[in-house]
Design a protein around this ligand. Structure first.
Ligand code: FES
Length: 106
């Protein structure tokens, strides 16, 4: 049951107990984390689960592939740490993962 910290652009932090095997997006939705909208339900088709993986964790998560990369190329305020939460599968090894949420996602 990894603990995940979602940090909004104004530094408001939401730490949740996630489940190994669920997506980062689902952990946010299940815990009512704001700014993760997941309009497409996790089908990598909306980018409303856009988040920034903290530098310390970037190497611990498999890199983005197609079609996630295609969606991120059109996401507002995307940067090198951008990921789609629905494409990140949580594991117990991600205990303490920190992700930040874009200001543009309201
Ligand atoms: S929930 Fe739509 S792209 Fe992730």
């Amino acid at each position: 049951m990894p603990k995940i910290a979602f940090i909004e652009h104004d530094n408001t932090e939401h730490t949740v107990n996630a489940l190994a095997g669920q997506s980062l997006m689902q952990a946010a939705i299940d815990n009512s984390v704001p700014r993760i909208l997941a309009d497409c339900g996790g089908y990598c088709n909306c980018a409303t689960c856009h988040c920034y993986v903290d530098d310390r964790w970037a190497a611990s998560i498999p890199p983005a592939k197609h079609p996630e990369l295609d969606m991120l190329s059109g996401a507002i305020d995307a940067n090198g740490n951008s990921r789609l939460g629905c494409q990140i599968l949580l594991t117990n090894e991600l205990e303490g993962l920190v992700v930040r949420l874009p200001v543009s996602q309201i």
